[in-house]
Write a protein that binds this ligand. Structure first.
Ligand code: AP5
Length: 210
């Protein structure tokens, strides 16, 4: 099962990927998490990505495609994977096709911009494992501490209001055209992302069982 989760920043891709990968026993690959780790460790890719990420722009395709290629070549991806945040441009989708990766479904989690702004301003993420929380919608059991790994919960640098607006503009311009790309390929399924987290999980699992 090779699944793509599409959707605006804050649509809930990471939240759903975390739940579904546990249920299906396949890894979830978040290019955002891989890039944040690279920035933290000041690797070559991280140094190249840092300023793009902090200003809400997309990291160049060549950098992200190389990272993705390395990740899906790892053993744990043999039985499939969930892509969270990749592809984000048509050239990235074409690169996946050129790698010979067959995508089973591209699930678009649809959420209006006003809801996104509210969600991202209340988001907290674990600096250890990247797990995502929300102060109202999905609080951790102990305030400021990750339920999964005990790491500290922090506010992401790109969750500032002006950067959120830039990320949404970039999404509409560069990522939204992917809906047409996967629609044409007969792989696109759209889901109402304004519903409860568990309800959205149920809808995605239904798509996978069909
Ligand atoms: P990335 O980390 O991928 O960020 P993003 O796409 O902007 O997505 P987010 O992680 O912000 O949101 P999400 O959809 O995962 O939502 P979440 O589940 O956390 O990328 C960061 C940056 O890296 C990019 O800007 C770019 O610079 C670079 N990058 C990454 N990939 C790249 C690529 N392929 N090409 C080029 N550059 C790339 O949920 C958000 C909040 O809402 C949480 O608090 C959550 O608890 C809450 N929530 C979730 N679902 C619900 C619900 N149903 N109801 C209520 N609240 C909910």
């Amino acid at each position: 099962m090779n699944l793509i989760l599409l959707g605006a920043p804050g649509a809930g891709k990471g939240t759903q990927a975390e739940i579904i990968c546990d249920k299906l026993g396949i890894p979830s690959i978040s290019t955002g998490n891989i890039l944040r780790e690279a920035v933290k460790n000041a690797t070559k890719a991280g140094l190249e990505a840092k300023s793009y990420m902090e200003s809400g722009k997309l990291v160049p395709d060549s950098v992200v495609i190389a990272i993705l290629k390395d990740r899906i070549a790892q053993d744990d991806c043999k039985n499939g994977f969930i892509l969270d945040g990749f592809p984000r441009t048509v050239p990235q989708a074409e690169a996946l096709d050129q790698m010979g990766i067959v995508i089973d479904h591209a699930v678009d989690i649809d959420v209006p911009d006003q809801v996104i702004e509210k969600r991202l301003s209340g988001r907290r993420v674990c600096e250890g494992c990247g797990a995502s929380y929300h102060i109202d919608n999905k609080p951790s059991a102990k305030e400021g501490i990750c339920d999964r790994c005990g790491g500290n919960l922090i506010i992401r640098k790109d969750d500032k209001p002006e950067t959120i607006r830039e990320r949404l503009a970039v999404y509409h311009e560069q990522t939204e055209p992917l809906k047409g790309y996967y629609q044409k390929a007969g792989k696109l399924v759209s889901i109402d992302g304004t519903r409860e987290i568990a309800e959205i999980t149920g809808q995605i699992l239904k798509v996978l069982e069909a």
